[in-house]
Write a protein that binds this ligand. Sequence first.
Ligand code: SF4
Ligand code: SF4
Length: 140
Amino acid sequence: MKLGTMFQDVSSSFLRKPVTEKYPFERRTPPTRLRGTLVWDAETCVGCGLCATDCPANALEVFVLDRKEKRFALSYHPDRCTFCAQCVSSCRHGSLAMSNEVWELAALDRTSFTIHFGDETDVELALAGKTASNAEASSE
Ligand code: SF4
Ligand code: SF4
């Protein structure tokens, strides 16, 4: 490369706007169809367990504490999740969705790789094994 051309390149790059983005200080709006972590709707869930049964990555557990009282809890393991959205399709009640806002999963420890959904007391009971049964897929 000739010295003159090199000088021209260097000086023009000083004037150009950088092509790199200032992530994480500046963020783009994520695409609406981006598959981030799961979101669960406790109101519509019937505890059928189909989502867990159909999950190819064994990333979901459904706990039934009291079916009549609609007390369910879910454990979700984003580190196993392949973000295939099979659970979202399998749920006949529209209780699961994939957030397009929560997708940054890097962490310094493993605790953030288990997300518990449900009432705090129910989650504690579920983790202690005090469930009516672990939910099994039913024809509900
Ligand atoms: S997105 Fe796929 S891998 Fe992740 S929990 Fe749902 S079914 Fe399992
Ligand atoms: S498939 Fe839907 S309704 Fe059934 S346990 Fe999963 S989230 Fe709840």
